[in-house]
Design a protein around this ligand. Structure first.
Ligand code: NG1
Ligand code: ZN
Length: 545
């Protein structure tokens, strides 16, 4: 046995797998109660090292469970260009995670053989973690896995998920994307923000004011680090900064989106522009309350609309013939899709839930804006689009309007984290767009009216009993479920509903929208009952009213 394998064997006994435990690399990596994850982290350290040898590039490992409760944790791997781990390797991750202790070396050698990995190739890994109390020891377990296989590691410590993706991309593009340091990240984004807001110099302090809910997580710590760099062009009050409250409890983007109400721990006045990050700062939603105290949510769909409108107008002004599209999932509000297709006249694509699906679909366009309704999203520019924009921004014989549009597009490219959805980068872009357009949060909200909607979950014994098609908008099995949903939907006006198994929790998610909130709630409840009768466990879901 080689020394490498000996070290793996020795080290793995310090991170033993509980016999019989089976976990899946899901929509966003492994995610479950932190107590079950030590062996997973060690093994993902091994796998990431193999991936680095295979790709001859730096690979990222992020320890986080995003919007899940504090007691959970998780791990996701980041591929060379900052994208999510490729699908075949998700399969390897699941295999390696579930192999019993004594078979670990065999399982690892199997991957080495299948992928023809040269074990003498150097490996380089970037590791980051969120603020959960379990994250420090779990990221140490990742590092143990890396070192057992002789990989080199750089531990970034506390970083947001998108910051780690950014570092990996910078490293593998040899600095072309930016410097692989926190200072490099902040400088790139903040400089672009200041360039953009130069075009909006008459704003009052009121217009520059933003309330930020940091979900008591890593995003709060990191957004604080940019405050002074923004030269008062953005004046933030940061709430839920982790100094007292618990991570994601009654706060953060997921809470606000699903509950459709403001987080606790935030001091907001009517009309104030507010936003919430999730626990690892890769999602953001905006909101405000009006003078009647009514809550208004501006979710990922509203964000995609604002950004795509801004970009489409700039492309027209710049005279650039580039193909722009918006990518959504089945959770996108019907009104947003209607507005984008019929008023904005942009191409809209619908993919399965999960960022990697949206990301891939967006890569097919010159400018691909993708957002999940929950606020995870970004914009991708093709190489061709970037070159065209750079050339135009440098050109001398063009009129002022074209020049201005080209420069704004150039700064927009720099402010965006193209590797993955990024709450801080998205926030700066949204703030810059509102500033340039002289738009209030109310004006942004009134671009279209959301259809009232409701998201519920039903506990099931095995979520895999539900199989879907058509970007998860229709059920194929169990037989009869889709027909039952269709019949219920037909009883309501402007209604739509679908169900799908969650990729991160042992539940089936139910979504419904209709002409009124009461109807959306009733429809969602009726569909939940059907799911419960077919596959549910425990008590029958209760009506919302
Ligand atoms: P699941 O549990 O598969 O619905 C949730 C989100 C996804 C995505 C992942 C990863 C909804 C309805 N689903 O997935 O969009 O963000 O978590 O975090 O919001
Ligand atoms: Zn997240």
């Amino acid at each position: 046995m080689t020394d490498q394998f000996k070290a793996v064997l020795e080290q793995s006994s310090l991170h033993p797998k509980p016999a019989g435990l089976v976990l899946q690399y899901g929509t966003a990596g492994f995610r479950t109660n932190a107590k079950q994850l030590d062996h997973i982290m060690f093994r993902m350290g091994l796998l990431a090292t193999l991936r680095s040898k295979k790709t001859k590039a730096t690979i990222g490992v992020m320890v986080t469970a995003s919007h899940n409760p504090e007691e959970d944790n998780g791990v996701k791997l980041v591929d060379p260009m900052g994208e999510m781990l490729t699908a075949t390797w998700e399969g390897f991750a699941t295999q390696l995670a579930n192999t019993e202790q004594e078979e670990l070396l065999t399982a690892m050698k199997d991957i080495i053989k299948k992928e023809a990995i040269n074990m003498s190739q150097e490996a380089n890994l970037f590791v980051g973690r969120d603020t959960r109390s379990s994250s420090a020891s779990l990221s140490q377990a990742v590092l143990d896995g890396v070192h057992a296989l002789g990989g080199h590691s750089k531990d970034y410590g506390l970083v947001t998920t998108p910051q780690l993706h950014y570092m990996v991309c910078c490293q593998n593009t040899h600095g072309k994307y930016g410097d692989a340091t926190l200072d490099g990240y902040y400088s790139k984004l903040c400089q672009a923000f200041l360039q953009l807001t130069r075009n909006a110099s008459n704003r009052t302090d009121d217009q520059k004011y933003l309330c930020v809910d940091g979900a008591n997580g890593i995003g709060a710590l990191k957004v604080r680090e940019i405050e002074s760099r923004l030269k008062k062009e953005l004046q933030m009050s940061i709430f839920n900064d982790g100094s007292k409250g618990e991570l994601n409890r009654q706060c953060g983007a997921d809470f606000v989106k699903v509950q459709q109400k403001p987080p606790t721990g935030i001091d907001m006045n009517s009309g104030d522009r507010c936003c919430s990050f999730d626990g690892d700062a890769d999602r953001i939603v905006y909101y405000y309350t009006d003078s009647q105290g009514l809550f208004h949510l501006l979710d990922g769909d509203k964000i995609a609309t604002l950004i795509s409108t801004f970009l489409k107008e700039l492309l027209i002004q710049a005279g650039l013939d580039l193909k722009i599209a918006v990518v959504q999932t089945a959770y996108a509000n019907g009104s947003s899709t209607h507005y984008l297709e019929n008023t904005m006249k942009v191409i809209v694509k619908c993919t399965k839930t999960g960022v990697k699906h949206l990301h891939h679909a967006a890569q097919e366009f010159d400018v691909g804006v993708y957002f999940e309704a929950n606020g995870h999203g970004t914009v991708l520019f093709s190489k061709h689009a970037e070159v065209k924009i750079q050339q135009l921004a440098k050109a001398t014989s063009i009129n002022d309007e074209v020049k201005k549009a080209a420069l704004l597009l150039q700064s927009t490219i720099n402010i965006i984290n193209q590797t993955v959805g990024d709450a801080i980068s998205d926030m700066l872009l949204i703030e810059a767009i509102l500033a340039i357009k002289g738009m209030t949060v109310q004006q942004w909200d009134s671009i279209y009216n959301d259809l009232p909607n409701r998201q519920l979950k039903v506990k099931v014994s095995d979520r895999r009993v539900i199989d879907t098609t058509d970007a998860e908008r229709r059920v194929v099995s169990p037989a009869g479920l889709q027909e039952a949903i269709d019949t219920l939907v037909n009883n309501y006006s402007r209604a739509r509903s679908f169900v799908r198994p969650s990729g991160t929790e042992d539940v089936v998610r139910v979504y419904a929208e209709a002409d009124t909130q009461e109807n959306a709630d009733d429809l969602a409840h009726e569909v939940s009952l059907v799911v419960h009768r077919l596959a549910g466990v425990g008590e029958e879901p209760k009506p919302l009213h």
